[in-house]
Every structure is written in structure tokens, then in C-alpha cells.
Design a protein around this ligand. Sequence first.
Ligand SMILES: *[C@@H]1O[C@H](CO)[C@@H](O)[C@H](O)[C@H]1NC(C)=O
Ligand SMILES: *[C@@H]1O[C@H](CO)[C@@H](O)[C@H](O)[C@H]1NC(C)=O
Ligand SMILES: *[C@@H]1O[C@H](CO)[C@@H](O)[C@H](O)[C@H]1NC(C)=O
Length: 576
Amino acid sequence: MLEGNIPPSLGNCQHLTWLTLSQNNFSGNIPKQLFGIATLSVMLLLGQNRLSGSLPLEVDNLKNLVELDVSENELSGEIPSSLGSCTNLERLCLEGKFFQGSIPNSLQSLRGLQEFDLSSNNLSGPIPIYLEKFSLQYLNLSFNDLEGQVPMEGIFSNASEISVVGNHRLCGGISQLQLPKCTVEKPRKHKMSLAVILIISVACLLVAVTMVSCSILCWFRKKREHQISGLLLGPKSLFRVSYDRLHKATEGFSSENLIGLGSFASVYKGVFHEDDTVVAVKVLNLQHRGASKTFMAECEALRNVRHRNLVKIISSCSSIDFQGNDFKALVYEFMSNGSLERWLHPVAEAEDGENKFKGLNLLQRINFAIDVADALDYLHNHCQTPIIHCDLKPSNILLDREMVAHVGDFGLSKILKILPEPINSNQSSSIGIRGTVGYAPPEYGLGSEVSTNGDVYSYGILLLEMIIGRRPTEPMFEGGLNLHNFAKMALPDRVPEIVELIPLASDQEEVDVTTRSYQNPSQSMAEKRKEQCLISMIKIGVACSMEAPQDRMNIVNVVNELNAVKKIFQGTRTHL
Ligand SMILES: *[C@@H]1O[C@H](CO)[C@@H](O)[C@H](O)[C@H]1NC(C)=O
Ligand SMILES: *[C@@H]1O[C@H](CO)[C@@H](O)[C@H](O)[C@H]1NC(C)=O
Ligand SMILES: *[C@@H]1O[C@H](CO)[C@@H](O)[C@H](O)[C@H]1NC(C)=O
């Protein structure tokens, strides 16, 4: 029952991610300030009001918007061709009443569209042929003034998914549409003048030049992005894959391929047989409230980030499964060495006897610590808007074939960004939403906003766990003692007593390490350096996991100090 104009000052809400004003009695123009909210990404729903005027050109500012609904208003004018810049749109509802002109060509860039409704307007001109190529699930063009041939391919091949009734000048299409046959226009014979031939030749030449430069560009890009990306990864947007393809890749989401299970999602290993790309497919559990928002949040968080220590998202799928249920999945590059959790706390593996998860050496641990700190520094300080991970823990650190660590699972980072309330009451009690017990900073339990300092806390705990070999949740850490205090009390002299038995490096490397310091190639020298490294790392872990957020170490310094630790370990530096 809200009425009057939509206040332009809503544009000041610069962190909104979704806005729904539908089914009210709003009138007047759509204020263009709404389109200045760069964060608006999940949905903008203004349908079923009495809004008039045109759809502002500025709509193209909302490059990340997934759903736009301005249907059943009194909007007029043409569909702005700038809408073609909103390339993430999946649902676009422009039905009723007065849009006119033709369907702009620029909309051919909206290749992710699944639901497109233009019905009951006053649109003229032909049905654009590019719609055949979209993976649409619903297309309603009825009750307009469209003319010419109805395409036959893609969505136009299934009469139950499209609607074109009420356009009296359409022809052709598949037979179920029962439209009149198109009368074939006889190609008129032109006498080509010299000028025309010249123009055509120039055009051809231009096209050829463009194609060559495009392929050179693409070639460069491909070279940069490894094998995986060749097939799936677009330069900017996430390519979408179909349910069918994921179903095949995971052998019907078989339990043999299940590699991870959480409340929000299940993760499967999959292989795209076209090019043998191995991937991890995270299927969202949409029964779980919030899972769908996690999906969009994670997509958005990862869409514009690229870093060697972040798990790379290859593709997404938002679709309907064979039973007709909603289905959402994210596709990542596959990390063949599993999670850090499995390496830190190996469970005896019965079947094949050999446990490959045994014994990370010190160099590997130092490298992981640097990898994860690099990733955090990037997320906090080098992204367009800082991204807070919120759930850093060993099971979310994944190791690739070369044993490089990658931070994964941005599901919670997304949720916290999107929730309209600071977290409503019954959710704040759930562990899931605030990170994980043991790794989440104490202030989150007291209802503080999430912050980069919070991530640093989790990082500190992770680092201590990597060195000491104990989880923060072990029974000995109930009551007053926690991993932070335990480590702090051992500094500096008792550090060797509390740390796990850590081999220096693998056999081959160990030789290198001991012979590298030529002056004193003895084992004891190496042992001494090892001890120095352990003490430094415990110090960093303790400084990161301080109780008060403002006392915690800055991640930039963490990165610097850890790199110094690595040099000490390698014998190229003697102290911090
Ligand atoms: C298409 O739109 C018209 C008018 O908005 C509506 O009456 C009709 O039910 C829609 N068709 C389908 C298949 O939903
Ligand atoms: C529909 O468009 C035509 C011109 O394209 C115009 O003459 C007519 O008034 C429009 N009808 C409505 C209801 O806006
Ligand atoms: C057409 O679409 C409907 C509903 O989406 C589906 O059940 C049906 O199998 C499709 N028909 C063909 C021939 O693809």
C-alpha cells in the first residue's frame, strides 16, 4: 500500500544488494539514483506499481544485477539499449504496458537470461534471431506488434516455453504455433555498382582484420589461463553450464564422486569429457534457508577476483534438475591434494595402507602460511571492495597438485554481505553463519560486525594449528585455556616442547637445506634455524589471534615477516 514517488534518496543506501518495492502503489518516474547503487546485484524488483516515464538509461550501471523486474507499470518509451550492459541478468521482466520500438540489438549480450518477458507492450519490428542462442527457459513475447518470421531453433523449438500470441504480423516458426507461412521474398536482382563492390570489399577486409586480431587476443588470453580455462572460462563473466552437463560430469552426482558434504552444499568431483578437465562441483542444498543467497554471494565475490592463492571458480549453473526442482551449482578447478585439514590431522587410512597425508615438512608449512596470508592481503587490500572471508579454517584451504595452497569456500562471505539485517536473532545463534567455533574471533560471538580483523584472528589460529598440530577445539582447550594462550605461554623457550614433530623438509630438500649454509653444514645449524623459524611463526600466530581486534597484527606485516622466516629457513638470512 506504499504510494507516492520512490524517494531518490534511496540511492544513498550505497551497500544495498537487493531492493524489492513490487506490488505497491508507487507512481512517478523511476529515480535514476537507484541505478547508482553499484552493489545492487541480487535483484531490483519494481513490478506491479504505477510507475511511468521511461526506464532510465543509467540501468547499465548495474552490471552485476541478476534480476530486474519493472513489469506491470505504465512505463513507456523504448527499451534502452544500454540494458545490454547488464550481462549478468538471468531474469528480465518488462511486460505491460507501453514499451515501444523494437527489441534492441544490444540485448544479444544478455546470454545468461533464463526468463525473459516482454509481453503486453507495444513492441514492433522482428523477433531477434539471437534469442535462439540463449539458454532461455521462458520467453513471452505475446501481445505486441512484432512482425516477420518466428525463429525455429533454441527455445523457439519448444512451443510450451514460448508465447507469441497476439502479434498479428508474425509468420513461420514451428508448426505447433499455427502461424501463417511466411511468404518468401524474392531476392531482387541488383546491379552491383562499382561503389557497392568497393564498400563490400572494404567491409570484408575490416572483418578479416578484426577476426585476426581477436584470435590473437584470445590466444594470448588462453595462454595465460592454463588448460582449464580454454573451454569454460570467459574473460569476465562466468560461463554457465547446463544441469545435464554437470550430471554427466559427475556420473549422476554419484556417491563415489562425493568429496565433501556441508549443510549448505555437497561437493562432487567431476570430469568434463570434452577436454578431460577435472573440476569440483559444489551443489547448493536449496532446502537450507539462505543457500541460494550464498550462491549468488559467492558468485559475486569470486567473479572479479583472481589470485594464485584463491580457488578459481570456472563456471556456474542455475537451472532445473530432471525432477523439475531448482538446481544451483558452482564449478571450481579441482584441487587434487584435498584440504589442509586432511594433511594436518591425517586419519589412518585403512584400505590402501599408505597414507599420503603424512608429515608436512616445515618448508611446506611456511609456504602454506605465506600462500594464505597472500590471499587474505589480496582480499582485504587489493580488491575493488574488501572481501571478508569469514570462515578461514584448514578445511577451507585446498592444495593443488604442486602443493600450493588456495583459499576456498566464500559461501559465508556472501551471506554476511547480503543479509538485510545485521543478522536476525535466530540466525545469530547458528554457528554456521558466524564462521566456525574455534576459528571465529571472540567479538563475532558478541554480535560485532564482521571485519578484516576477524579474518586475521582466524588466520592466527590456523597458523598456530599448523605449527602446534592441535585443533583449537580439542578438549584441553575447554575452560580458560585456548590455543592462543597455550602458544603464548610457551614463548620463547618452551616452543620446541609444544610444537608438533615436524620434519625439516623432504629428504631431497633436506640435503639442500643443510648444505646450503656452507660455513657450517651441520645438522645442528639447521635445527637451530628451524627453532628460530618456529618461534617466529608462533609469535606471528599469537599476534594475529589477540583478543582485542585492534591489537591484532596487520596482514601486510604478516606477509612480510613470513617471507623473512622463509629466508631464515633457507639460510639466506639470519634473523627477522
Ligand atoms: C504471456 O504473457 C501474457 C500477457 O502478459 C499472459 O497472459 C500469458 O499467460 C503469458 N504466457 C505464458 C505462457 O505464461
Ligand atoms: C503503439 O505504437 C505506435 C507507434 O509505434 C503508436 O502510434 C501507438 O499510439 C502506440 N500505442 C500505445 C497504446 O502506446
Ligand atoms: C518442452 O518444454 C517442456 C517444459 O519445459 C518439457 O517438459 C518438454 O520436454 C519440452 N519438449 C521438448 C520437445 O523439448
